[in-house]
Design a protein around this ligand. Sequence first.
Ligand SMILES: Cc1ncc(C[n+]2csc(CCOP(=O)(O)OP(=O)(O)O)c2C)c(N)n1
Ligand SMILES: [Mg+2]
Length: 587
Amino acid sequence: MELAQARKARTTTARHGGRILADALVAQGIDHVFEVPGESFLDTLDGLYDNKGKIKLVTCRFEAGAVNMADAFGKLTGRPAAAMVTRGPGACHGAIGVHVAYQDSTPMLLFVGQIPHEDTGRDAFQEVDYRQMFAPLAKWVTQIDYAKRIPEVVAHAVDVATSGRPGPVVIALSEEMQKDQVQTPDLPRAHTTKAFPDPDSLHQMRTLLAKSKKPIAVVGGSCWTPQGRQALHKFVQQNNIPVTVGFRRQSHYDGTSENFAGDLGVGSDPGLIGKLKEADLILAIGSRLGDAVTQGYTLLDMAGAVPIIQVLPDGAEIGRVFRPALGIVSDLNVFALAAAALEPVTPSWSAWTRDLRSLREAQRAVPNYDGTLNLGTVMRELETLLAPDAIVTTDAGNFAGWATRFLNFSEGQRYIGPTNGAMGYSVPAAVGAKIAFPDRMVVSMVGDGGFMMTGQEIATAFHHGVAPIVLVFNNQMYGTIRMHQERAYPWRVSGTALTNPDFCKYIEAFGGHGEIVTATEEFTPAFKRAVESGKPALIELRTNPEQINTRATIADLRAGRKPPKAAPKPKRAAAPAHRVSPAKKRG
Ligand SMILES: Cc1ncc(C[n+]2csc(CCOP(=O)(O)OP(=O)(O)O)c2C)c(N)n1
Ligand SMILES: [Mg+2]
């Protein structure tokens, strides 16, 4: 904002705190608010009423859904959205989304209505100290007690959420402060330059690369821009470096590229994990080399026997677990541009790169799974049905392994999911994605367990007139936990079976389009009908519960292990067979 404008702003008439807050969001470039209302922030809702044309207000059905939608918006745009929830219970429901955003490095603001300041410490109705509650979950937690300070705190919150390692900021709003009528100017956005890699580091990186015989890149992080991705592509291609991606960062690199070697995370290709152990240089670009990527911190040597180059926007995160030979503090996109401008080395590892790519290809060859519905083939078909700019959201659960193993995402497509393994993410994320990008195809993948956690956010899709397509992988169980259970306590099924509603009727009750798929050849026509319906749609994939993941059956997990004597006579390994309503079976 120019000085003259700033002066003009200073002379504005008094506004109530809620209005000042809504105006501050506009001033800081926040244009989406996802909320479940509460009487604790009526004034802020009123302030948003005056900003209708500038901020899209999305009313949700559950606070976890609202915060997950804001997270998906941040993941896809690189810009923070705001979520708003009420005090106490609302904040507790929303907390899971703050944890997702924190572990996934997503920029986001969460506003929480707070009790009147004068009642602090009385255990007042719905009172919570948010600084304590969110301390380990958020990047920064604060509270606004004076309306005059709203513009300052909101501006700083956006700076914190978007700088260094991006993350969620929680801002509690004292109730009476929102009602106060004060005169205070809106503040301009800060234009800051991004951290860029120093030339010496880039030179060292090039030297290490030139010495290497078996380098491998691990790409992760958040807030990649199309330009940054393009530059990364160029850098990798011209040096012919094989690329892996971090857990649930599947679309960070073009899966159709000859350099793409697959993902590191839960259920990754054991062959790829073996190759990582053979590598003589790890180029971690945006990856924190965290728990899932490093297979529980076992994949790499902590003392750095194999040299690691780690590029992250926050120096404090570099070498947090594994000591790098070279740490580069830089914005990821700026790094990629600088790396792409370096003179390429003459790679001596073409065979190594080809080897890694052929591993990926081999992984994608679909085995002849038992049962009528082969999810590997379904994923390969889905690949041909997804629009070139489709967005796919995922939940936590074993079903997600089908996508990571068999589906390649091309350059324009995006795949987002909770790297912190939070169930209930996918459906709200798909709704948030579709609200952010109404013209793009959005497909949610979710298990029957995850769908029943936050599937009601489909109501938000209807309310706001957007139409995601939800694929429910129904195995009638919390399959992931059943898998762990069968490994630890074979035959003793305890607390992991589920009884589900008729998912088709569920979506139809909202006025949406439902399909049931029980055989491989039914999938493509069902998906096409779902797209053509133009309505929010749900396709229930009735999967073979015996096939517990892409690599094992329950019988495999039990193999050679006798049922314990005390156990009841073993029934079939699977949960009860699916109820198939013949009327709904289409094909
Ligand atoms: C919020 C939350 N609760 C519990 C878990 C533990 N958990 C991880 S996967 C899983 C089962 C998921 O079941 P479903 O969505 O049906 O997918 P499936 O594993 O059967 O494919 C559970 C309970 C979790 N990760 N997140
Ligand atoms: Mg399940």
